[in-house]
Design a protein around this ligand. Structure first.
Ligand SMILES: C[S@@+](CC[C@H](N)C(=O)[O-])C[C@H]1O[C@@H](n2cnc3c(N)ncnc32)[C@H](O)[C@@H]1O
Length: 500
């Protein structure tokens, strides 16, 4: 498989593993829900989400900076390498075609996509909006990160409702959506869109309702064993298509007797009839050009103007996506209880789409948004609030470990307990009346004794009876045989705390 190389790639390939784990600090809540809006760099925020959400997000939509040369996105990840440090803090773009513009963008995207891939559930998919500035590069790194087998489609989305007649070359009226699944078995929900239904007609008032006679009868791949003649009631011998028929002789005979396949009036051909009423839905097209269905950039800006009527400047937010576009993605890729993530949230369109869809179908989808810019509160969260959404708003908090690798003194015990217990069991810590007990899971009791030594005095403090024990402490003076006898696994603080 061809693999893309760029300046700095080797430094970012495993960078997601070095990103320090930070706790999320809840700043305020609107209503009572599990939805989250996080203000901060998504590299850090995605890492913070790992303990709770790894493998649980059913649909990710992202709309990263397209790297047009006119945006002010900043490459400021803490990649500690002189080559990359030279680029730190440099604003990409404006100055014109900086030779490392694409390398920097790829360095920015790569570790974020690695984390997003970890968050995706086995039955999940990611949809990435992109234009021609980086589409080809993005495709290659996604093949690498998600697996080329998991490439689902490149959807062409019309974005503009009129062409730009001043364009010197082409009027660019579309962008792309790259779709990747976590697992090759993923399929989109099949929908019965109004435009697709229009293929089904009922010219002769068929009591079974509207139908379509044009579905293929030939095998998609050459199948010499499926090349057989069919004799019609008039005695005419119908020759097989080049690849052969779609079904064996026996199956075709069954379909003829059920009426799904029938002979044309002249007896010289066969047709296949599908009734709309029998269809659970139809596969989505890879061409999204109907603006009524998926909106346009102009529509998206107007939506935002209506939500923020007090804002008189045209530039409240320059690059919103239409809510209808993301609603359509959610209809294809979520069920009523899915978790939806957007780590380049901008004006919060994804949350708005989740709220709309839940209202339409009584769903309980949850959203997580991440936005770096300071407008995370004034625009992103404010929009969600104005359209009736409930959420908790977070800032990135302290790191779990300090620069020397010790547990950060600023972090509360409860947060440390939750992290350690979650890393061990994937369950959350609930305070108990036993001070150092993190919890009991699967017969194993987990204890955390900071600043203490694991010895017989400490064992005397343990009140919970369990089949086995995992005990975190600073040190251990019990012998291996004693640990074995009491079924204790000793874990040294901070060395043995799992790094996510
Ligand atoms: C193209 S806009 C997304 C627009 C969004 N889809 C909407 O409908 O409003 C990209 C957003 O990603 C944000 N962004 C860029 N880098 C980021 C990062 N490292 N972490 C979080 N957000 C980031 C930008 O501030 C910007 O708001």
């Amino acid at each position: 498989m061809p693999v893309l190389d760029w300046l700095g790639k080797e430094k970012v390939i495993n960078h997601h593993l070095d990103v320090p784990f930070r706790f999320l600090d809840k700043k305020f809540s609107v209503g009572a829900s599990e939805n989250k809006i996080i203000h901060g760099d998504n590299l850090l925020a995605l890492k913070s989400l790992l303990p709770e959400f790894a493998g649980r997000v059913k649909c990710i939509y992202i709309d990263p900076p397209y790297n047009t040369g006119n945006e002010n996105w900043i490459y400021n990840d803490a990649v500690n390498d002189p080559q990359i440090r030279r680029w730190l803090g440099q604003v990409v773009g404006k100055e014109g075609e900086d030779l490392t513009r694409h390398d920097k963008w790829l360095c920015m995207m790569y570790p974020r996509l690695r984390l997003l891939q970890k968050l995706l559930s086995e039955d999940g998919a990611i949809f990435i909006s992109i234009d021609d500035n980086e589409q080809a590069n993005l495709k290659l790194i996604c093949d690498e990160i998600f697996g080329a087998n998991n490439f689902v489609a490149q959807v062409i989305c019309r974005t503009s409702d009129n062409s730009n007649n001043d364009s010197k070359k082409f009027s660019l009226d579309h962008n792309s959506l790259l779709v990747y699944s976590k697992n090759v078995l993923w399929q989109p929900n099949k929908l019965l869109d109004a435009d697709k239904q229009s293929h089904f007609k009922n010219p002769d008032n068929n009591p079974r309702g509207a139908y379509f006679d044009g579905n293929p009868l030939n095998s998609p791949n050459p199948r010499p064993n499926l090349r057989y003649e069919i004799e019609s009631p008039t005695g005419f011998k119908i020759q097989p298509p080049t690849n052969g028929w779609r079904w064996s002789k026996e199956t075709l005979a069954e379909k003829l007797s059920s009426g799904e396949i029938f002979f044309t009036a002249d007896g010289k051909g066969i047709r296949r009839r599908t009734y709309l009423a029998d269809m659970a839905g139809l596969p989505p097209s890879s061409l999204w050009v109907e603006l009524e269905k998926t909106g346009s950039t102009r529509k998206a800006k107007n939506e935002l103007k209506k939500i923020f009527p007090e804002n008189k400047t045209a530039d409240l937010f320059r690059t919103p996506k239409p809510t209808a576009l993301i609603e359509y993605i959610l209809r294809l890729a979520t069920d009523k209880n899915s978790i939806v993530l957007d780590s380049f949230a901008g004006s919060g369109t994804t949350a708005h789409a989740v709220i709309n869809l839940n209202a339409q179908d009584g769903g309980n989808r949850k959203f997580i948004l991440i936005e770096l810019n300071d407008y995370a509160e004034s625009i992103t969260a404010e929009r969600v609030k104005r359209v009736g959404g409930e959420f908790n708003f977070y800032e990135l908090g302290a790191t779990l470990f300090d620069d020397d690798g010790f547990i950060n003194a600023e972090v509360s015990r409860e947060k440390i307990f939750d992290y350690v217990y979650f890393a061990e069991t994937h369950k959350h810590y609930q305070p108990t009346d036993e001070e150092n007990l993190l919890g009991v899971d699967d017969g194993i009791a987990y204890y955390f004794f900071d600043d203490e030594e694991l010895n017989f005095d400490l064992l005397a403090k343990i009140r919970t009876r369990a089949a086995a024990y995992v005990i975190y402490a600073e040190n251990c003076t019990l012998a291996e045989t004693e640990l074995d006898e009491f079924k204790i696994t000793f874990k040294k603080i901070p060395r043995d705390i799992l790094r996510l």
